[in-house]
Design a protein around this ligand. Structure first.
Ligand SMILES: [Zn+2]
Ligand SMILES: [Zn+2]
Length: 101
């Protein structure tokens, strides 16, 4: 689970619901923040998950478009297909590159 800062959660509330923080009751604030945290944590998890299996972490970059969007297993499987394309932009997949952080 990703950690979401209170500041980020508040910013989300403001952006999403236009909440006037100072006029909101404590109970409503708590509810809003919990919702914000759940959404933000989910987005953060999505940002690192493979676009194909939605399970493993993405560690492969598609060349030449440069999208980092897949895990190695999915990339290899895709590469083995007859006309491999990037799952994000549908651009031709010439090769894949493993990235290490
Ligand atoms: Zn995958
Ligand atoms: Zn792409």
């Amino acid at each position: 689970m990703q950690t979401v800062t209170t500041a980020a959660a508040r910013a989300w509330c403001r952006k999403t619901n236009g909440v006037d923080w100072h006029k909101t009751s404590a109970a409503a604030r708590k509810k809003q923040l919990a919702r914000a945290r759940a959404v933000l944590a989910d987005e953060a998890a999505d940002a690192i998950r493979c676009a194909i299996c939605l399970d493993k972490e993405k560690t492969v970059v598609v060349v030449p478009c440069g999208h980092k969007c897949m895990c190695v297993a999915c990339a290899k499987q895709l590469q083995a297909s007859s006309a491999p394309r990037c799952p994000l932009c549908r651009g031709a997949l010439e090769r894949i590159t493993r990235v290490f952080e």
